[in-house]
Structure formats: structure tokens, C-alpha cells
Ligand binder design. Structure first.
Ligand code: M6R
Length: 608
């Protein structure tokens, strides 16, 4: 987690600090418990640094508007604490004993305690509790006038992960950047370069970027940048407007409302109706291999893992391939049983989640074919997998994932269809799934157009501190995801369960103060879900049912009903999650929560 920005220009100017701060704000979703910057002031010929606890606006407030700075080069950081509490001292940048070398870091240095003890023995004085500070002192140890060389020597001692941007008072005309398992890129602007954790920070200035690879070091001066390898600039896919709120109060709401379009984008050009299948360009190179596959391991974290759980049902039903979902954080520790006909498919919005990448690397090390579904072009996952599919959901800024989730489901449906048609799935079944997939964006739009009722329900239920979410089969992962959404946005306790499970435990919790949200669309497990709702009602638990349009009977049972349009069972999760996203959003707003940046979380979890 954490976001880092670096800036260096041919023409130092008093606007550069403001520019850097605006770029950093684009990365705030990566961490927002404290922020800081350091720069070489070209006029005053000194290093200036400032830090603040809280969001970037707190840092901004500390800048005296009467001062004008010619910040060049400049490094900035927004933090999600790992080692050391949320204090100004622990905020980045960190510096060496002589306040000569200044470092911003995204990642974790796992051997920092050993390094710190050694450096302290050698006389280095530490001022923070962070792992990052050892980097500044290591560089100090090796520095003899050439920052690049000192960085190179220091990196050899580090175990862990890093995206780094470093400046130095005694070698001030450069930023040295380095990457190992934490994303980092260089934006190539006009007469200026930016260093950043992701493209959102540079898009206002350039669409040309160079992504650093693991183990690479870059030295960036106002005139040129050198990476110790020839690299071709790539275009950023997304536009600047996509990073704006576009009139919505929050990114989360904007992203929920975008779903009809993002679903269309996820499927555009990928459905071949007459063949009842999908064409996934990113998988072409491995199509032959996929015919042999007899086991699929889906690995993901958080919301992406809920998408994987739906994918498991989809793939088993369409293609008859044994499919298993694992939390990426567990995968490499459990000794998964894989053979040469197994595939590991990672699902990640950001493509930078450390646990998911670690699972992929484990699979690669064992010689297994690795595939990925991700949203971010050029992300580590996209680079490291053998083949993959992009979700094309556009930038997702809110920490709570919404549109990326439904796009993951759409892509998983395409993948399942494709695998199914490679095998025994009949043309007619394939055709009807493909045709129904085409209708999904319009059905999603209908839910969003009639969402006022959900806000009203949020008002009614906002005061409850606990919720049980229930679903069966395809809707079990949606129950989990619904619970996940309300927990992370509204800080309300919720559990997502299989409809058949509460009688073994959770019914003990049910009372008039413990509402349940029950997913009961018209599908093969409808009657069973109705029995489960009866069981809750018999214990006086309030029930909101998510049901198929036209189902009047359910009104006699549930206290409240949210209707969703009818679709086939395999695709219902794509629609059923939308009201749950909206419900969580409105409850969170009514409870006064920080919608886009929930406490203690970050968008990209780049630490294990
Ligand atoms: O970028 P990824 O999809 O790999 O992120 C995985 C999780 O960190 C993420 O889904 C997280 O649970 C979100 N806060 C969900 O809204």
C-alpha cells in the first residue's frame, strides 16, 4: 500500500509543489493515514520537508502560503501504516542522520530489524519506528557523492518489497527510483518527469509512461532518465475524466452507477452468439493448452475472491472442470495439489495485490500455467501471468470495489462459456447464455434507475449494528460480498452465509435487532431459500428479500423486498449484487462514514 510520487523538471517553478500534491491526491486511495514530502529548493539551495498525520489536506494546510518554493526534485508520500503507528515521525519521507538522503517507500522491508541493529551499532541514529528508515541510513553508509551507486549497493541488503523514490541534498539534480514487487512508473511529461505508484498520478500531465520492472533502478534528471535496460514508452489506456467524480458525491456511487457501461465494455467484441461462445483475445496463445486442463485454481483476495467463488460455480457448471477457489494469502502455504494439467487463475482489480502475486509466483515456480483477470493494464499481474483477460472497468478509485467486481463476474462468465464450448457444452445452451449476457447491462441499468427505494430502506435499517446476508449456490458469494460491502463502508458488522447454514449456528444470533438480507431470486434453490427465510421469521428476525420482479408471494413473508429483473441463474449474481452495493453505500452515507476511504483500509494491498 502507500502511494509515492516524484517530480523533476527542466524549469523549476513555484507551482511544482502544488503539482506534486495534486498528483499525490490521486494516490490517496492507496493509504491515507499520514502524508509528507521533501524537496530540494533550487533557489534556497536546501532540502525542505513537511509531514502531517491524516489525509493529504492536513499536509497542505501546513504549507505557509506566504512562502514560495522552487521544489525540484520533489518526492511525496501518502501512507498506510505497516511498521510503526500513525504519527508524524513515522510519516514519510525518511532521512539519514545528516538529513542528506530522503526516501519515500511503498512496500515492506522484512529484515529491517537486523539491518537497524547493525546500523545503530555503527552509530546511525534512528528517529522513527518504520522499516523504511533503514533504507535512508543504508544509503548514507554507502554514499560518497553518487546517489545512484549508493542506492544500488543498499538495495542488495534489503529483503522484502519496495517502490522507492530518493533524493539527496549532496547530489540534488536527480531522483533515483527502484522497484521490487511494488508498482512504480515514470511519466514522461513535457520538460518534466514524474515518478508514481500508478498512472492516475501522472495522467494530468502525460499519457506516456514507462513501467519499471522488478529489480530495476532508474536515475531521473531534468534532461533524461536512465533505466539500466532499453524500454519503450507505453500509452496509458484511461483518460483523465475517468479519474474524476463527474458530479457524484463519491467515487463509490459514481462507480456503482457506471456498471451498465462497464459491463458492456467487459463484453464488447467478446461474444460470438452464433457459436454460443466467447472470444478472449488475451487467451488465444494458450487456447490449445486450455483444452487439456482438468483442474482450475482461482486465487484472489477480498471482493475479487467473491468473484472467484461465483466463477467456481460457473466453470464447473459450464465446463465440468474441477475448480477450487483459494484465498491468495493461503494458497502458497497450503501445498496445493497441482499437476501439469492444472491452471492457476488470479483475479485482481489492481493487479498489484501482494498475496495474489505471491500465489501466482508460487504457481509459476511449480511450472503451472498462470492466467489472470485484472483491470489495470500494465499491472504486475498482467505482466507476470502467461495469459489473461482485462476487465476494462476503467479506473476504480473508491476503496470499496463495485464496478470491478461485476466486470470480473462478466469476464468469468465469458471464460466459463469459452471453456464449456471447448468441451461438452451444447451449442444451444452456449447460445442462450451468450444472448442473456448481452441483456445484462440493460438489466443492470433498470436496477439503478429504480434505486430510490433502496435509499429508503437504508434509512429504515441504518441503526442496526449487525446483519446476516444469506444466499445459496450462485448467490452464496453474493451474500458474502454484500456483507463485505456494508462492513467496509458503513463499519457495520455483517456475516455472509450459505442459506442452509444458519440452523447450525447463526440462528442463535437472530432477534428483532438482527436483520437478514436474503437473496431469493427465482432459481433452482428458491424453495430452499424460502424455508430459510421462514426459519428467520419464526425467530422474529427482520428480513429484506432480494427477489425476482413479479414475485408477489414473497411480500407475505419478508418485511421488505428489493426486486431485480429476471435472468438465468448463472448470471443472476451480476445483478443481485447491485442493490447490495447501493444499500451499503446509503447506510454508510447516513451513518456519516468516510465513503471512498474507509478507515484502516487501502485500495491496493501491496503488502503480505
Ligand atoms: O485489487 P484487488 O482486486 O486484488 O484487491 C483485493 C482486495 O483487497 C479488495 O477486493 C478489497 O477487499 C476491497 N476493499 C473490496 O471492496
Amino acid at each position: 500500500m502507500c502511494g509515492i510520487v516524484g517530480y523533476i523538471s527542466k524549469n523549476a517553478n513555484p507551482e511544482s509543489l502544488h503539482l506534486g500534491i495534486e498528483a499525490l491526491k490521486r494516490l490517496e486511495y492507496r493509504g491515507y493515514d499520514s502524508a509528507g514530502f521533501a524537496f530540494w529548493d533550487e533557489r534556497k539551495r536546501e532540502i525542505v520537508s513537511q509531514k502531517a498525520v491524516g489525509k493529504i489536506t492536513s499536509l497542505e494546510q501546513k504549507i505557509d502560503p506566504r512562502n514560495s518554493f522552487f521544489a525540484n526534485p520533489l518526492i511525496l508520500h501518502t501512507r498506510w501504516a505497516t511498521h510503526g503507528g500513525v504519527t508524524e515521525k513515522n510519516a514519510h519521507p525518511h532521512c539519514d542522520c545528516k538529513r542528506n538522503i530522503w526516501v519515500v517507500h511503498n512496500g515492506i522491508i522484512e529484515n529491517f530489524k537486523i539491518l537497524k541493529a547493525r546500523l545503530e551499532k555503527e552509530g546511525h541514529k534512528f528517529t522513527s519506528e518504520t522499516d523504511t528508515e533503514v533504507i535512508a541510513h543504508l544509503i548514507e553508509k554507502f554514499f560518497d557523492g553518487d546517489l545512484e551507486e549508493a542506492v544500488r549497493k543498499s538495495l542488495g541488503y534489503l529483503e522484502g518489497t519496495y517502490g522507492l523514490a530518493i533524493i539527496c541534498r549532496d547530489d540534488p539534480r536527480k531522483i533515483v527510483a527502484a522497484r521490487l514487487s511494488s508498482p512504480l512508473l515514470i511519466g514522461l511529461g513535457k520538460d518534466q518527469y514524474l515518478v508514481a505508484s500508478d498512472p492516475s498520478a501522472v495522467i494530468a500531465h502525460t499519457r506516456k509512461v514507462v513501467y519499471l520492472e522488478d529489480g530495476e533502478i532508474a536515475s531521473i534528471s531534468p534532461e533524461k532518465f536512465v533505466i539500466y535496460k532499453e524500454k519503450k514508452p507505453e500509452d496509458i489506456e484511461w483518460s483523465q475524466e475517468q479519474y474524476e467524480k463527474a458530479g457524484y458525491a463519491h467515487f463509490m456511487l459514481k462507480e456503482i452507477m457506471e456498471q451498465p457501461e462497464t459491463l458492456e465494455d467487459a463484453m464488447r467484441g467478446r461474444l460470438i452468439i452464433e457459436e454460443g461462445t466467447a472470444r478472449l483475445g488475451g487467451l488465444q496463445s494458450v487456447e490449445k493448452k486450455l483444452r487439456q486442463v482438468d483442474k482450475i485454481y482461482l486465487v484472489a483476495c477480498g471482493t475479487a475472491r467473491h468473484a472467484a467463488l461465483v466463477g467456481e460455480y460457473m466453470i464447473e457448471e459450464c465446463a465440468g472442470i474441477v475448480t477450487k477457489t483459494d484465498a491468495a494469502s493461503e494458497f502458497r502455504y497450503r501445498k496445493p495439489i497441482l499437476d501439469r494439467n492444472s491452471v492457476v487463475l488470479a483475479i485482481s482489480q489492481s493487479g498489484e495485490t501482494a498475496d495474489t502475486l505471491a500465489a501466482l509466483r508460487e504457481a509459476k515456480a511449480r511450472g503451472i500455467l498462470t492466467l489472470g483477470i485484472t483491470n489495470v493494464v500494465g499491472s504486475s499481474q498482467a505482466r507476470e501471468t502467461d495469459a489473461g483477460v482485462y476487465t476494462r472497468a476503467g479506473p476504480e478509485i473508491a476503496v470499496a470495489s463495485t464496478k470491478a467486481f461485476t466486470s470480473q463476474l462478466a469476464v468469468l462468465a465469458l471464460f466459463a462459456l469459452f471453456l464449456g464450448r471447448q468441451r461438452q457444452l451444447p451449442l444451444t445452451t452456449g447460445e442462450s447464455i451468450a444472448k442473456e449476457l448481452q441483456r445484462i447491462p440493460a438489466l443492470a441499468r433498470r436496477i439503478l434507475e429504480n434505486s430510490a427505494h433502496i435509499r429508503e430502506l437504508a434509512k429504515k435499517y441504518q441503526g442496526f449494528e449487525n446483519f446476516l446476508y444469506l444466499g445459496r449456490k450462485y448467490n452464496y458469494p453474493i451474500a458474502r460480498e454484500g456483507a463485505h460491502k456494508i462492513k467496509e463502508t458503513a463499519y457495520v458488522h455483517a456475516e455472509g452465509c450459505r442459506g442452509g447454514e444458519p440452523k447450525h449456528c447463526e440462528l442463535a444470533l437472530i432477534s428483532e435487532n438482527f436483520p437478514s438480507i436474503c437473496l431469493a431470486p427465482n432459481d433452482s434453490v428458491y424453495d430452499k431459500m424460502i424455508s430459510n427465510i421462514e426459519e428467520i421469521k419464526a425467530r422474529k428476525g427482520p428480513v429484506i428479500a432480494i427477489a425476482t420482479e413479479g414475485n408477489q408471494d414473497i411480500k407475505n413473508l419478508a418485511d421488505d423486498v428489493i426486486y431485480v429483473p429476471e435472468t438465468i441463474e448463472i448470471l443472476a449474481p451480476i445483478l443481485n449484487i447491485i442493490p447490495l452495493q447501493l444499500f451499503a453505500y446509503h447506510v454508510a452515507v447516513l451513518r456519516g462514514c468516510e465513503i471512498d476511504f474507509p478507515r484502516n483500509l487501502a485500495k491496493s494491498v501491496t503488502v503480505e
